[in-house]
Design a protein around this ligand. Structure first.
Ligand SMILES: *Cc1c(COP(=O)(O)O)cnc(C)c1O
Length: 224
């Protein structure tokens, strides 16, 4: 964890950013509830999970002590498991999903902070909206009071040279800024959720406000 902290500080220094501008989601999907608890106790209060069944034990143990981020693709019929438990959803990528989150949140009297996931690289294997569809999507969710859009999220392709991910992160930032210029949402989007173990330093240099770190930060356990 200290090594990651130093790398974050260096990436901030290289790009003239303050370390406080970058939040870390410790992705605990590969590890046990006990290890997730140690991570939270060590000061990483933001935990990321990508499936409710695997997250449940951690949520029961740490609710109230940790902030839970849902980072995986989300089926509409699983929304009921996630809304009301997770504090952020990073993977909103279609209107049917947004509508379902909104309905569920509204019935609980809450508004869920959400990231719109964009498939910047265009890889078939990646979830997310096509960049061309972003503006129309933003307008279509504007009236959904159960959703509070806070930013954009993307996953870069895995590259053996992290530097090659830079155009993807730069483009996500450009898309966010362009959306804000057109003022299609009620509030400007301030956040960029981008950067994983393999490429987080490049993402920080390109403006990430949330990096999602699993392997490099909390490691992997066989029985996670
Ligand atoms: C698993 C996962 C991560 C963390 O991956 P690492 O490469 O282990 O850091 C980040 N974001 C998403 C969406 C994930 O599914």
């Amino acid at each position: 964890m200290q090594d990651v902290e130093r790398r974050l500080e260096d990436a901030c220094a290289r790009s003239g950013r303050r370390r406080e501008e970058v939040n870390v989601v410790a992705v605990t999907k590969y590890v046990s509830a006990e290890l997730a608890q140690r991570v939270a106790a060590a000061g990483c209060r933001h935990l990321g999970e990508n499936r409710w069944p695997a997250a449940e034990a951690k949520w029961r143990l740490l609710q109230g002590q940790a902030v839970f981020h849902y980072i995986g693709s989300l089926q509409t019929n699983k929304v009921k498991d996630v809304v009301g438990r997770f504090d952020y959803i990073h993977s909103v990528d279609r209107l049917s999903l947004a509508t379902e989150i909104h309905k569920r949140a509204a019935s609980l009297g809450i508004a869920v902070p959400c990231f719109i996931q964009v498939n910047v690289s265009g890889e078939d294997s990646k979830h997310g909206l096509a960049p061309e569809g972003l503006a129309a999507f933003a307008e279509s969710i504007r009236g959904l009071a159960g959703i509070r859009p806070v930013g954009l999220m993307t996953m870069a392709p895995f590259e053996s040279e992290a530097e090659e991910t830079r155009p993807v992160f730069r483009e996500l930032r450009r898309l966010r800024d362009a959306l804000n210029e057109r003022a299609l949402l009620a509030e400007p989007l301030t956040e960029l959720s981008m950067g994983m173990s393999n490429d987080f330093e490049v993402a920080v240099e390109e403006g990430a406000t949330w990096v999602r770190l699993g392997t490099v930060l909390v490691g992997k356990e066989d029985n996670g």
